[in-house]
Ligand binder design. Structure first.
Ligand code: FES
Ligand code: FES
Length: 173
């Protein structure tokens, strides 16, 4: 949750310096109008206000990739952008990529290749891999490794992650 700067009013109550205002975000094809302080990150808006906790908070500083989502098909670290800047954009989170009964090909490939252990990095890995596929740049294992290097896996499931992403990249050719 975002820190809220406050000031003391005459009645002694703490009030936000800048009150929350409505921000409409299009997430997974649905509009969500959320009452957000202007400094709320997209990551906090998704997790704390829209209730979409599939997107994970790791470092909150753009260093781990756990918070990766797609904005207009491009992968971004949602901890590094303000929610208010994404009004009008098409935001896709892990919840929008597939469902329990109709897994996205990347989700199925991650299962098939045992590409996770604790699973904390997995939503970010999968959204990042979809962004990578959208970019159409990575074809070889070395290119996938390089272009997925912003997504850290503390369990070290990199062998499986690489195999899963490569399988889907190859299938899209
Ligand atoms: S939580 Fe955003 S990059 Fe780590
Ligand atoms: S599966 Fe645990 S951090 Fe990647």
């Amino acid at each position: 949750m975002s820190t809220v700067s406050t000031t003391s009013a005459a009645d002694g109550q703490l009030r936000p310096l800048v009150p929350p205002s409505p921000v409409t975000l299009r997430i997974n094809g649905q509009d969500h109008t959320l009452q957000l302080a202007p400094w709320t990150s997209l990551l906090d808006a998704l997790r704390e206000y829209a209730g979409l906790t599939g997107t994970k908070k790791g470092c909150d500083h753009g260093q781990c990739g756990a918070c990766t989502v797609l904005v207009d098909g491009k992968r971004i670290n949602s901890c590094l952008t303000l929610a208010v800047l994404q009004e009008g954009a098409d935001i896709t989170t892990i919840e929008g990529l597939g469902s329990e009964h109709a897994l996205h090909p990347l989700q199925q490939a991650f299962i098939d290749h045992d590409a996770f252990q604790c699973g904390y990095c997995t939503p970010g890995q999968i959204c990042s891999a979809q962004g990578l596929i959208n970019e159409g740049k990575a074809q070889t294992e070395d290119e996938i490794r390089e272009l997925m290097s912003g997504n850290v896996c503390r369990c070290g499931a990199y062998v499986g992650i690489l195999a899963a992403v490569k399988e889907v990249v190859d299938a899209k050719r």
